[in-house]
Ligand binder design. Structure first.
Ligand code: AMP
Length: 373
């Protein structure tokens, strides 16, 4: 009998997980605040607003996973009294705390920018002395997409930075990394310990939100085995099952880890068309205890997020080879509404496709001129 997988969260990641589960005849259920969430069309949603929803959700599935990185650990503790969650609780709790995460990277000899814990104005001043400027000050918990951060460039900004982030009580000060680009590595680990890794994605952000990813990341042949080694150390140490993402900075000194996400990731959406087995399908396979599929790249791929406003579907689909994924979300500034996958034949083809795409997207496309593949 095929399993039912219960997923914490019912956004677009849950929607795409459930889409990948369908051909395997695996059902998904979701635990989410709003019952009209993007995943709702694919399975029952248990609204976290209702009193007994967590117990009903736990009863609704055989094995559990998550797509929401701030899934409360307290809910997981209730769940794991009777059922299993993949990824493991330790991975989730570590990823939710930037200090714990950085110290795990240290422990596993994965390079990170020098950092200090900050819990008072004095300790912030001390961190500035020890690390030098500039530094990036971040809340230890709860930040995402650049929120809960302050880049401190001069000493006279110390009071302002403390006034802005100090109320969070627990902060981390990190040396500012002079990176040339940001990349991410995504890997999956099965219940038998089998590990598969996808090609590095080069990620470009606009106003702190992922704008597009290019895969394989250009000029990344030397970086791929190093990134693969880092993520494999994490997966094995955590006895992890499912998909894990590691975000990295490329610097002159090599790769520095920024953060990990215990889930499928926006920079892996390319894999639906661009890899033999997508991050979503392999995650489902791992959680269900099935053999993993090949992560090999079928063709170089560019994934572009649709942010804030929808383009006309017919305009996007008229582009040669374009795939469109819409998440059934209403428009709002800065909101991820869908994504487009382009699979160009070469860099000339890509430049042409991007130019055409830029004309049909209502929100300007922050594509760089040098998207060589
Ligand atoms: P995060 O929330 O940690 O992913 O940070 C959001 C973005 O801020 C990253 O994608 C980087 O562009 C930038 N950033 C974060 N940490 C640093 C750092 N230590 N040095 C330079 N830039 C950073």
């Amino acid at each position: 009998m095929n399993k039912t997988i219960g997923i914490f969260g019912g956004g677009q990641l849950g929607r795409m997980m459930a889409q990948a589960a369908l051909p395997l005849n695996i059902q998904c259920t979701f635990f989410e605040t709003e019952t009209d969430c993007p995943a709702a069309i694919l399975g029952s949603v248990f609204s976290s607003k209702n009193e007994h929803a967590l117990q009903d959700f736990i009863a609704s599935a055989d094995v559990f996973s998550l797509e929401f990185e701030n899934t409360p650990v307290a809910d997981v503790d209730v769940l794991t009294q009777t059922k299993t969650l993949h990824p493991p609780r330790l991975a989730l709790a570590t990823a939710q705390n930037r200090l714990a995460e950085k110290s795990l990277f240290d422990e596993l000899n994965i390079p990170v920018a020098p950092y200090r814990a900050v819990d008072s104005l004095d300790s912030l001043k001390q961190a500035v002395v020890e690390l030098g400027l500039p530094i990036v000050l971040k809340t230890v918990t709860g930040g995402y997409d650049g929120k809960g951060q302050f880049v401190l460039r001069t000493e006279d900004q110390i009071d302002t930075a403390w006034a802005e982030l100090g109320p969070a009580k627990s902060l981390i000060a990190e040396s500012f990394v002079k990176f040339s680009r940001e990349v991410s590595i995504i890997a999956v680990r099965g219940q038998n310990g089998d590990v598969r890794t996808w090609a590095l994605a080069e990620n470009h952000h606009h106003h702190g939100i992922l704008s597009h990813s290019i895969v394989p990341a250009p000029n990344s042949t030397d970086l791929q085995p190093i990134a693969q080694d880092y993520i494999t150390r994490l997966l094995n140490h955590l006895n992890y099952v499912g998909v894990l993402t590691l975000e990295l900075f490329v610097t002159e000194q090599g790769l520095y880890a920024n953060e990990m996400a215990c889930r499928v990731h926006n920079s892996g959406h390319w894999s639906i068309e661009g890899a033999i087995c997508s991050q979503f399908e392999n995650h489902i396979r791992a959680v269900a205890g099935l053999p993993l599929g090949s992560t090999e790249v079928v063709r170089p791929t560019v994934m572009i997020n649709i942010i804030g406003q929808h383009p006309k579907s017919e305009d996007v689909l008229a582009l040669n080879g374009a795939h469109l994924h819409l998440y059934n979300k209403s428009e709002r500034t800065g909101r991820k509404l869908g994504h487009i996958t382009l699979m160009p034949n070469n860099s000339d083809d890509l430049t042409d496709l991007c130019r055409q795409l830029a004309q049909v997207l209502p929100v300007p496309l922050a594509l760089t001129a040098d998207m060589n593949i």
